[in-house]
Write a new protein. Structure first.
Length: 278
């Protein structure tokens, strides 16, 4: 049995995004979001200007990890946008959610005026939109001159980047217009996307520690709850075993005994990127 991916599918951007919407609505992303809620938003907020009195847009907000913190920090206006209405329904139930405008929308076609926000941000969100340059151009368009673009993205070499590399070896190749999500975790790639539209681009790496009773328990948790893996398992059906084994091998290679007594731990590397709108 070969593990090489079939040829690229011929689908439109809108059709692919409809598929993405279904993928992220599957499973239980709220459970995944809780595992990164304490680390990733805090890492970005530490690099952003004080949000009090500013207009803040959280693109691909998911269940609102960053947006609710921006509202709590006193932002004058906080907007949380996501492609997936089911995730926004969950976001609306959170503390401080009443201080956020929740908008269903597309990161490739933001429904906002030019230069409408002082801070435009995303935490492991925009990197999953298919057309990287289209997204970058939209981030630039809606950010005021002198404002800040702030991103947290999983890196290609880190845990999540390696997870997607395994999936890519077993699933049909995406359309030619779709770039791999982990590329947003490469500062050089992001610098090329934003180009002369920004100055003072800075990058800082960090990690989110996931814990579980064992590597196999972690694998099961992601198979049950993380939309891309859950969907891949359903799509592959009887051919899932080699893909599942490849993912488990990644977890076992990167994981370690947890010194805090939780059994097992693995670090997911991310990069925080901030830049000033030129």
């Amino acid at each position: 049995m070969t593990t090489s991916a079939p040829s690229r599918a011929a689908v439109s951007p809108e059709a692919l995004k409809a598929t993405h919407r279904a993928v992220w609505a599957s499973g239980n992303y709220a459970a995944i979001a809780r595992t990164i809620d304490a680390t990733l938003p805090a890492a970005l907020l530490a690099e952003l200007p004080a949000l009090g009195g500013r207009d803040v847009l959280d693109v691909a907000t998911g269940t609102g990890n960053l947006a609710v913190r921006a509202a709590r920090a006193g932002a004058r206006r906080t907007v949380g946008l996501d492609l997936v209405p089911e995730l926004l329904d969950l976001a609306r139930t959170r503390d401080h959610a009443a201080g956020v405008e929740w908008v269903q929308g597309d990161a490739e076609r933001l429904p906002f005026d030019d230069a409408g926000f002082d801070v435009t941000a995303s935490v492991v969100g925009v990197q999953f939109a298919p057309r990287h340059q289209v997204v970058a151009d939209e981030l630039l368009r809606v950010t005021r001159h002198g404002g800040t673009i702030g991103l947290v993205n999983w890196t290609p070499a880190g845990l999540v980047g390696q997870m997607f590399a395994v999936l890519g070896r077993h699933l049909p190749a995406p359309p030619a217009f779709a770039s791999p999500p982990p590329r947003w975790g490469d500062p050089e790639h992001v610098a090329a996307l934003l180009g002369a539209g920004v100055t003072d681009l800075a990058a800082r790496r960090g990690h989110n520690t996931f814990t579980a009773p064992s590597a196999r328990a972690f694998a099961t948790f992601f198979e049950d709850n993380y939309g891309p893996i859950r969907t891949a398992k359903e799509k592959l059906g009887d051919a899932w075993a080699p893909c599942g084994a490849g993912l488990l091998a990644v977890y076992e290679r990167l994981g370690r005994p947890d010194p805090d007594g939780q059994g097992w731990a693995v670090d997911g590397e991310f990069v925080v990127l901030t830049a000033r709108r030129a």
